[in-house]
Design a protein around this ligand. Sequence first.
Ligand SMILES: Cc1cc2nc3c(=O)[nH]c(=O)nc-3n(C[C@H](O)[C@H](O)[C@H](O)COP(=O)(O)O)c2cc1C
Length: 221
Amino acid sequence: MDVREALYTTRAMRRVRPDPIPAEVQARILDAAIRAPSGGNAQGWRFLLIDDPAVKAQLGPLYRDSIATLWQTAYAERLDLARAAPGDPDSVSLLKVQASAQHLADHFEAVPLFLAAFSRGDPTGGSIFPAVWSAQLAARAEGVGSSLTSVLGIFHGAEANHILGVPADHGWAMNCLVSFGYPTGRWGIAPRRPVHEVAYRNTWGTEVGFTADKPLWSAAS
Ligand SMILES: Cc1cc2nc3c(=O)[nH]c(=O)nc-3n(C[C@H](O)[C@H](O)[C@H](O)COP(=O)(O)O)c2cc1C
């Protein structure tokens, strides 16, 4: 697959089939992921694949509680506003993300594979997320959808680590949990604010010097 196609079409694919992901596909995804950069090439990371139904059954209720907490806290105000103006494009977008994220939570145990990414000595996560995104891009090239999630580590990190047998007092923190599965829907270009609205040149606020009202890659290009 062309790298640009992977870059433009890798997006949160939370609706997936329960079909298992073959071990050799998992190996290619993870082996690509660990080529990613880390500060000083420290590779202070560990990756834990989760496909055991018994483990997923323990994590599922914690995940659902985490997402419920997210809606009731950080997202509460935005969701209230969106529900009050459901026709507004921003509301439509937010309510879609919420429905999709809730679907993942509601079907957590049916997701065939999760990847928990851990780091230590990396409070910003700057050295783990390149590898995580590489895993998602590599999965895209295999036709496997993924979604990065952070709520479990945020709201129930200690309990999740205990379930997963993460050694205590060694400094390992779960940075994220990525779901993987063959998507039920179609791949498409991730909609985003145009680049010229979020990029400047030389000084803050100065136009970047190009505009791109439409994505600069398409399936036909
Ligand atoms: C740091 C980070 C944390 C995220 N946490 C969650 C999460 O806890 N649950 C979830 O369903 N999606 C989570 N996401 C996925 C985002 O909601 C998703 O990437 C975003 O809505 C864009 O989706 P799209 O690429 O399909 O347009 C997270 C993404 C990032 C980058």
